[in-house]
Write a protein that binds this ligand. Structure first.
Ligand SMILES: Cc1cc2nc3c(=O)[nH]c(=O)nc-3n(C[C@H](O)[C@H](O)[C@H](O)COP(=O)(O)O)c2cc1C
Length: 334
């Protein structure tokens, strides 16, 4: 019998992955200071393709200069980024792998202090366990329109560069997460207040991308919950997920929220965020990805067999040695 990790998966838009393994987006910070991919970036993705995973995601890429959170971050903010992005996508396609570009704006989570104009839904500092962040200014309705258009333009560039899908980064306390979360969005207009209002900016972006780049599948990296007191709950994210799928999202990549992507202190073992993904699996037409310290064949086969997730993301265990991972986990025997 074929092991479940080798079974293909077809999304509702017809895009097929050859197996259930995903390399999640992981910032290599190998771009040049203008956000352009370098030879090191291309080699990095060539190496990740050796893992055997059917989908290799490309790291967070800013949609405008104010959205950068780190130096040497990859950019999707300008057409000068297109040749490098195209080279990454072509490298991965030549290796028989599907690929998507993660696009992001850091909002108030500007860890490196490099943004000239730090902005967020409200003038509220993003709470964080591990750092003190700057206080953003509250965005105007004009800022919102520009922001949305910048996300759409980033998606159009992902399309032109040949990616199979675009991922909106809505997790880990970055910009869109700040809009969704009641901790950081305390606006009183149509973009704040109720959960529906807080999700509006994102849902509008998804609809606009679906119109502007209909070939692309859309993935959202969402928090299963905020992981921070008073933040987004599982219940909230159940509603948001349904709205996202109604707006056209084909994959929900479930990670963490304002609490950050690291292992929560009280969680042991593999799959430390899988229990946040599981409640969403099978509840919509979207495929669900789970993540968090996953590395063994047994664990991967178990969460697929018990339908806790549709796709399994393996980050650091692949980063540590893509070819070794292929030999250990992707070989056609147990
Ligand atoms: C070096 C590094 C860079 C990361 N960069 C990103 C990123 O660009 N976007 C993102 O959504 N998550 C990022 N993450 C989080 C990973 O996608 C993943 O969720 C996390 O590493 C947990 O999975 P793992 O335990 O299998 O590594 C990064 C993680 C690491 C280790």
């Amino acid at each position: 019998m074929t092991a479940l990790r080798f079974t293909p998966l077809t999304l509702t838009n017809g895009l097929t992955f050859k197996n259930r393994l995903v390399v999640p987006p992981m910032a290599s910070q190998t771009a040049d200071l203008n956000g352009l991919a370098t030879e090191t970036t291309i080699n990095h993705y060539h190496n990740l393709a050796q893992s055997g995973a059917g989908l290799v995601m490309v790291e967070y890429s800013h949609i405008n200069l104010a959205g950068r959170s780190e130096s040497n971050q990859l950019g999707a903010h300008d057409d000068t980024c297109l040749p490098g992005l195209n080279q990454i996508a072509t490298t991965l396609h030549n290796a028989g792998v599907k690929t998507g570009l993660q696009i992001t704006h850091c909002g108030g989570k500007d860890s490196a202090g490099i943004s000239a104009d730090i902005m967020g839904p409200s003038g509220i500092t993003v709470p964080a366990y591990d750092r003190v962040l700057p206080t953003p200014r509250a965005m105007t309705l004009d800022d919102i329109e520009t922001w949305q258009q910048d996300f759409v333009n980033g998606a159009i560039r992902a399309d032109k560069a040949g990616f199979d899908l675009v991922e909106l980064h809505c997790a880990h306390g970055y910009g869109i997460n700040q809009w969704l979360s009641p901790l950081t969005n305390q606006r009183q207009d149509q973009y704040g207040g109720s959960l529906e209002n807080r999700a509006r900016i994102l849902l509008e972006i998804v609809s606009k991308i679906k119109q502007a780049a209909p070939r692309l599948a859309v993935m959202t990296r969402i928090p299963g919950q905020d992981g921070y007191p008073g933040g987004l709950s599982h219940d909230d994210m159940g509603h948001v997920s349904q709205w996202l799928v109604d707006a056209g999202v084909e994959i929900l990549n479930v990670s963490s929220g304002i609490g950050g992507w690291n292992r929560p202190k009280d969680k042991r073992g593999e799959g430390f965020l899988v229990e946040d993904a599981a409640p969403l699996t099978g509840t919509t037409t979207a495929a669900v990805i789970g993540v968090g310290g996953i590395e063994s064949i047994d664990y991967i086969e178990t969460i697929l067999a018990t339908k806790q997730v549709d796709l399994v993301a393996v980050g650091r265990a692949i980063l540590a040695g893509p070819s070794e991972f292929a030999i250990r986990v992707m070989a056609q025997h147990k």
